[in-house]
Design a protein around this ligand. Structure first.
Ligand code: CMC
Length: 436
């Protein structure tokens, strides 16, 4: 543990009604704002805290990812995301997230082998797919099949066995891309494409998505690099909604496959991982540059539920560092594919320019987030919009599982159980139906 206990600072909280006071320790992490340890608040003062949406609440101690939203900084285990996106690769980043350090060459080779060994899924899972409608949303399918993994891999569901936890981690990192590609192939009515363990993680994913048995499929290095980078950028993001969901599900002792399935469900929403799909649909709806002012006006109107998708973030109050990398990657991908004038990209850049000058967005520090450009990249590469969130889930699986492992190793871990401010009816007697 860090020197959090030695911070020495305290805060005294007084209930002005009862006059009771309690002194609460203020803890320091290695970086970021201090936190007030309120664990003794209820016993000392008889009150709970009230913080819907966890606007000011730290839910756990973590050593994995650090974000400074005001400065636009994102670090995985201390390493800046830009450096990892430029110099590393997804499986190396996965090792870093899971184990805390960059691997040596030998450690990396072993890790790649360990993960790659698990890319195939149980043959019975293919029958499971057939139960879904072909037009099902792939996130619905993914929630189902990843949850179903606990019914297939009994030898890695004992959460108290460290080795089983690691095997489950490898299985999830290796098999979620296979399941995601199967969901896509199923929606097209094409045969499932088996993984190829001689390819890199990103290459194999593209192969399973786009190869067909009738033709050779050659993976473009520029496109596989773009996917690898997209995976790195989405791999973890500290205690966001889906990660907190995974931790909360895991806090009760649920098995990792069930927990990751819960995370996928949380990620699906348009305020979280569903935003990249929503960005593309929004750009298509706007249609042309001359209609941008109309949509900016709608985004600012409190009586209109429309929001500029791909803008704003709970933590970043500065440019999302992942958006900068995505923007560059977007240009590389369009060049590689020979797409000269992509109207959606032009529209996106103009929308970004106008929004960044608009007082409403400037005042609220609403900058483009990671999802603003990723949708354009994925569309150009041939991914349908309803698969975008699935891509996010593939990448985030390692972050979820790293956070879940960290929680399982935390001696202070308890079942997550928030309290509430009850505003419902007081005690009252049951009224028989004929008297109501
Ligand atoms: N368009 C217009 N206004 C916005 C937007 C937006 N995209 N985002 C926030 N605002 C306004 C909001 O109306 C509020 O205004 P006011 O103070 O006048 O009431 C103010 O900015 C603060 O917004 P908030 O809703 O309190 O902020 P939040 O931290 O609860 O929400 C958010 C963060 C990401 C849910 C939100 O910005 C949003 O809905 N953005 C669009 C969806 C999106 O792009 N999500 C992807 C997030 S990045 C990927 C990920 O991590 O999952």
């Amino acid at each position: 543990m860090h020197d959090k206990a030695n911070a020495g600072a305290t805060a005294t909280v007084t209930n002005s009604q009862t006059g009771q006071s309690v002194e609460l320790p203020i803890l320091s992490g290695s970086m970021g704002p201090q936190v007030m340890d309120i664990r003794k608040l209820y016993s000392g003062l008889g009150v709970f805290t009230f913080d819907p949406g966890y606007m000011a609440t730290g839910s756990c101690e973590s050593k994995i990812t650090f974000i400074d939203g005001d400065e636009g900084v994102l670090l995985y285990r201390g390493y800046p995301i830009q450096q990892l996106a430029e110099k590393s690769d997804f499986l190396e980043v996965s090792y870093l997230l899971l184990y805390g350090e960059l691997p040596t060459e030998a450690q990396k080779a072993k890790f790649v082998r360990d993960v790659t060994y698990h890319t195939m899924v149980h043959e019975q899972i293919t029958y499971f797919f057939r139960g879904f409608r072909r037009d099902a949303h792939p996130m619905a399918v993914l929630c189902g099949v990843v949850g179903a993994m606990s019914a297939f891999y009994h030898d890695s569901t004992d959460i108290n066995d460290e080795r089983q936890r690691m095997v489950a981690s490898f299985r999830l990192i290796a098999k979620v891309p296979t399941l995601a590609a199967m969901a896509y192939k199923y929606s097209l009515g094409q045969p499932f494409i088996h993984p190829r363990n001689d390819l890199t993680y990103a290459e194999n994913f593209l192969h399973m998505m786009f190869a067909v048995p009738a033709e050779e499929y050659v993976v473009s290095p520029v496109l596989s690099r773009a996917i690898d980078r997209l995976f790195i950028l989405h791999a973890d993001h500290e205690q966001n909604a889906s990660t907190s969901t995974v931790r909360l599900a895991g806090s009760s002792g649920a098995n990792p496959f069930a927990c990751i399935s819960a995370g996928i469900a949380s990620l699906w929403g348009p305020a979280h991982g569903g935003a990249n799909e929503a960005v593309l649909r929004m750009l298509e709806e706007i249609g042309s540059v001359d209609r941008i002012p109309e949509f900016i006006k709608r985004a600012k109107d409190k009586d209109d539920s429309f929001r500029l998708m791909g803008f704003g973030h709970r933590v970043y109050k500065n440019y999302d560092p992942r958006a900068t990398v995505m923007r560059e990657t977007c240009h590389e991908v369009l060049d590689e594919l020979g797409i000269k004038d992509e109207p959606l990209l032009e529209l996106a850049m103009e929308l970004e320019r106008i929004a960044l000058e608009d007082e409403y967005f400037v005042d609220r520090k609403l900058y483009p987030n990671v999802d603003f450009y990723s949708g354009i990249i994925l569309k150009a590469m041939g991914f349908p919009a309803h698969l975008f969130t699935v891509m996010f889930a593939v990448a985030r699986t390692v972050g979820w599982i790293a956070q879940w492992n960290e929680m399982m190793n935390d001696p202070t871990q308890k079942i997550g159980r928030p309290r509430q401010l009850y505003t419902g009816a007081g005690p009252r007697d049951y009224v028989p139906v004929e008297q109501r």
